[in-house]
Design a protein around this ligand. Sequence first.
Ligand SMILES: [Zn+2]
Length: 277
Amino acid sequence: MEGCILEAEEIIPELNHIELERCRRQMMLPDFTLEHQKRLKASTALIAGIGGLGGTAAIYLAVAGIGKMIFAHYGNLTISNMNRQILMKHDWIGKSRVVQGKKTIEEINPDVEVEIYDERTSEDNVDKLLNGVQIAISARPNFHERRILNNACVRQGIPMIEAAMNGMEGYLFNIIPGITPCLNCIYPEDNPEWEEFGFPVLGAVSGLLGCLMSIEAIKILTGYKKPLLNKLLYFDAGGMEFKEFKAYKREDCIICKHLPFTKRKTQILSELYDYSC
Ligand SMILES: [Zn+2]
């Protein structure tokens, strides 16, 4: 199959008895099998931004038993990060976030490998960050870096989970090249409401979105259940309203218009992972 989602014959790793016991409760889920768990163990995720959003997603990917994560986040921890960045501890203020984030994950689940880059996502490093990756978590606080990641994921056929919040609101959609619209289809122009530094947010709102991102990543990586496809999930936690909007591919999208978006490809993915496209 095209793209970087794992195929059945690529599932190799065996799980040790601690890993099996750690994931025992999720393997009690109806239809969640050892093969699903092995697919997760065989997977690598890029977490582009380990703040309130990506840090939360990383924790739940770690406890679920993902094999490897690559953390990319530039800069040191500040006190104003601490209302939402649950990978971090107060005593670590002033220290590198990726170094400390790796430490937290290793303490939570020592069977997860973590590779770190104290860097922003850029044209120069994006291919390095995506090397060996099967899914990307888009969690940087600016459109510039998200576009670079989207463009590289489309180019390389790597699924990307896109989510962002502002105040009490959040959105999420999945980008699977050739199957769904890309970030540029949905946002051909930057959202002027985004303020990279100092946007208001309740930590639990970014945490909620981070949880949703990890759930979608686990579904896409393992083939368990059905990820959100060609839809955008929006919520306003203020009124506790959740809505879905249909997401359309932009025919003139300069990033993904070359992709075939064939029915056949959709069917292949559907057969492999029981997606409802
Ligand atoms: Zn597009």
